[in-house]
Design a protein around this ligand. Structure first.
Ligand code: SAM
Ligand code: SF4
Length: 476
């Protein structure tokens, strides 16, 4: 079932608590306007795309509703990254069937990566679907809806080399008014062998730097205190002006955004280990408001597996990058993504991944079992030969070790004082508020006199493996 937005839980990448979240916006009843129900799955970029969809739909007279029963149009923004992500969407489409039975005019549209991967096949497989729209075609939604109104099915899955939606101001829905996500680039050119993203989101393109800075400034002026710059590989951000006379790389963009105000925090995700430069690390060091956390997906700790994954770095290269982070940014936390049981992975190679977790001392990790995706390099070149029970056992070993490391890292913070950006009430109690420190660790503390959006000093007094618990420190 779709969950209403909980208001205070934002994680980069794939946040399990947001899967299936329905967009809502507190609006007065608006007679005559049509209602759109929009449910999102997958990574943060998909959630940001939903804000672009909401903006395009608002321009065309649709308001978001949290109620499926009331909706004239139902959109599901989908993810294809692993098979279980697609199965979740298929299950949800089955549930939509009953609503469509009682309301046959209701339009059902599948958006995002699954739409792109399956194209018109989706219309054959899922008979209730009227509309299939890929991630680069959202501006065409009004035309496609008109086509559906005439009784036809509609599909637009064209990928673009240019579309960045730089000219669309996203409607910030369901957010907490403190944190916002800003897409700085789209697509990916990396072709990691396990990954479907280059096929579903097309070629990499960087958004106009000026439009990014303006969007971030506008967010700050509206009261937002933290922006996260999003891209599949932010370190390869590269924008060239139309006349070719000026260029902006990622380190320069970070600096431009950090300079908007020292009171606005800047985060970014995701960094690719092959591309993260010392220039980026130095820029992070130079600005207090650039948060000291780097999401640096390792995927595997073994060089042969990394080569089969086509990650284009080795174990030694990754270790060198971790050492550079430690040297230039001694208080920076590192988080990661790990895949267990990739094609041909031996026990020794898996042991090297465990060893990497110990070495890098990740404070948090997204951990997955390998899931073969049709059409990817790995699906064409290698056999998905690791038995399910071996994948599960390896994943469990990775999770147990990472849990130990997260706890150890949190215990090392006991007694320390951190500046926290207050995000709102904690999930468990209205009497407690929560916010993150620069290292992206969540800290929960008794509410006191704080307000959402305040920066406050909090001393850590207790911890669990997932959360720091603290008390407000009186400021002079
Ligand atoms: N662009 C980011 C990068 O290069 O690290 C990651 C993007 S992807 C949306 C997020 C994560 O999903 C990846 O880092 C990887 O760990 C995981 N992933 C991608 N394809 C997968 C697959 N076929 N099976 C299991 N996990 C996968
Ligand atoms: Fe996928 Fe690799 Fe691109 Fe990340 S960098 S989106 S894992 S192809």
């Amino acid at each position: 079932m779709a969950k209403p937005f909980s208001g205070n839980v934002f994680d980069k990448n794939q946040d399990e608590s947001r899967q299936g979240e329905a967009y809502t916006l507190d609006l007065p009843a608006a007679p005559g306007l049509k209602k759109m129900y929009l449910e999102s799955y997958g990574c943060q970029m998909n959630f940001s795309d939903s804000e672009i969809v909401a903006s395009i739909m608002a321009e065309n007279g649709y308001v978001p509703t949290p109620s499926l029963e009331e909706a004239d149009v139902v959109f599901i923004n989908t993810c294809s990254i692993r098979d279980n992500a697609e199965q979740k969407v298929r299950g949800r489409l089955q549930e939509f069937r009953q609503y469509k039975k009682s309301k046959p005019d209701m339009v059902v549209g599948v958006l995002g990566c699954m739409a792109e991967r399956l194209k018109s096949k989706l219309l054959e497989q899922e008979k209730l679907v009227d509309l299939v729209v890929g991630p680069d075609a959202y501006k065409d939604l009004p035309n496609l809806l008109e086509q559906v109104d005439t009784g036809q099915k509609a599909v637009n899955v064209l990928l673009s080399r240019e579309e960045t939606y730089a000219d669309i101001t996203p409607v910030r829905l369901g957010g907490n008014g403190v944190l916002a996500f800003v897409t700085i680039m789209r697509g990916c050119d990396n072709m990691c062998s396990f990954c479907v993203v280059p096929f579903t989101r097309g070629r990499e393109r960087s958004r106009d730097a000026q439009s990014i800075v303006e969007e971030c400034r506008d967010l700050f002026e509206k009261g937002y205190k933290e922006v996260t710059l999003l891209g599949q590989n932010v370190d390869s951000y590269h924008w060239t002006s139309a006349d070719g006379t000026s260029t902006v790389n990622f380190a320069q963009l970070l600096e431009l955004v950090a300079q908007i105000s020292p009171d606005m925090r800047v985060r970014f995700s995701t960094s690719h280990p092959k591309d993260i430069t010392d220039e980026v690390l130095m820029t992070m060091a130079a600005y207090n408001n650039i948060c000291k956390n780097i999401h640096l997906p390792v995927q595997s700790g073994n060089s042969e597996v990394l080569a089969r994954m086509n990650r284009t770095y080795t174990r030694e290269w990754y270790i060198e990058r971790v050492n550079a982070i430690r040297k230039i940014l001694p208080d920076c936390s590192i988080t990661t993504d790990i895949i267990a049981g990739f094609c041909g992975e031996t026990e020794e190679q898996h042991a090297e991944t465990l060893d990497m977790i110990r070495f890098a001392e990740y404070t948090f990790a997204f951990m997955f079992k390998y899931s073969e995706r049709p059409g990817t390099l790995a699906a064409r070149k290698y056999t998905d030969d690791i038995p399910e029970e071996v994948k599960s056992r390896r994943l469990q070993e990775i999770i147990s070790l990472q849990n130990e490391m997260s706890l150890k890292s949190n215990e090392a913070d006991l007694g320390k004082v951190f500046e926290v950006l207050v995000e709102g009430p904690s999930r468990k109690s209205e009497l407690h508020y929560c916010g993150r420190n620069s290292q992206n660790k969540m800290i929960v503390f008794p509410k006191g006199d704080v307000k959402k959006g305040d920066y406050r000093k909090v001393k850590v007094t207790h911890c669990t493996q997932a959360t720091l618990i603290g008390e407000l420190v009186e400021e002079d």
